[in-house]
Design a binder for this molecule. Structure first.
Ligand SMILES: [Zn+2]
Length: 296
């Protein structure tokens, strides 16, 4: 808990965040989504793939299933529980009201075989995959590699967010996943993107948030777009109490959009940038100030 507080360096902001959470709590009482969250105990948390993945364990709304015993993975499974709490506690992301299936494979061979049988047509050139069919649970498929823990946190961030929020702009979805893919104690200061972003900001280079907000598909996200999305997420989380509150409010607004809407194109989302311009006097200068001053 202490590590987490230090990670977010939010001690000075905590009263604002607390006030925001309290406000959300009051609002949520009157929303249908809250009723669904309250009914979480009625969720069917039985594993769907127990024949091929016989070892299972429930962590919150996450049903972990594996082809090898989970006894050696208790630390990372505890982190998954923590990730659910982090996203809810620090970004006011509503509690998930549906289950998430996490399928872990000991090697590439069993992973690919499972994909072929359960998800024919799914891309086979990735180490991990997040699948969500309309109306069904989010499913994270993951093979054990050297980057297993980073992949797991990254994909689980997507899954946890989407279990609460129907649609999220691609830049924010990936920016949050890149932020939360590191261990809690490394997120604020030890992301490999930080030095490049800080160096660029020192010379006045600020990535265009408008350009990121107009991206439509995952295919448009390359190394640059992931890095720039992360940079804006980091600024929003750590820049000031106002930017942090704005990000939480924006996610809350996305969560309250009707589930029936299947239009996930960039133009269908309310954009964050106009709210940012209204909240912060000169967000570009404020972004530069944030990275100029950001040091452990
Ligand atoms: Zn991703």
């Amino acid at each position: 808990m202490m590590e987490f507080d230090r990670d977010f360096t939010l001690q000075t902001t905590s009263h604002r965040v607390r006030r925001l959470r309290e406000l959300f709590s009051i609002l949520l009482l009157f929303l249908p989504g809250f009723v669904a969250a309250q009914q979480q105990s009625t969720l069917d948390l039985r594993p769907s793939f127990s024949k091929r993945l016989p070892h299972s364990q429930v962590c919150g709304v996450v049903v972990c299933q594996s082809d090898i015993p989970l006894s050696g993975m208790q630390t990372i499974l505890a982190e998954i529980s923590q990730l659910q709490t982090d996203l809810k506690k620090y970004l006011a992301i509503p509690k998930a009201n549906e289950k998430i299936e996490l399928c872990l494979f000991s090697n590439e061979k069993t992973y690919l075989k499972f994909l072929e049988q359960e998800f024919p047509g799914a891309p086979t050139d990735r180490r991990a995959l997040y699948v969500k069919k309309e109306g069904g649970p989010g499913i994270v498929l993951l093979q054990k590699t050297d980057d297993f823990e980073i992949d797991l946190r990254h994909e689980m961030t997507h899954a946890i967010i989407h279990a609460s929020i129907h649609a999220v702009p691609i830049w924010l979805d990936e920016g949050l996943a890149k932020y939360f893919e590191l261990k809690p104690e490394d997120r604020a200061f030890r992301n490999p993107y930080l030095s490049k972003i800080r160096f660029a900001a020192k010379f006045g280079a600020v990535p265009s948030l408008d350009r990121l907000e107009n991206l439509e598909h995952i295919g448009e996200m390359d190394v640059r777009e992931y890095r720039e999305s992360w940079a804006w997420v980091h600024y929003l989380i750590h820049g000031s109490p106002q930017t942090h509150q704005l990000l939480a409010s924006y996610l809350q607004m996305l969560a309250q959009r009707p589930n029936a809407s299947s239009d996930k194109t960039a133009k269908s989302f309310p954009k964050l940038s106009p709210y940012l311009r209204r909240t912060i006097n000169g967000p570009v200068a404020d972004y530069k100030r944030h990275y100029k001053n950001w040091a452990e």
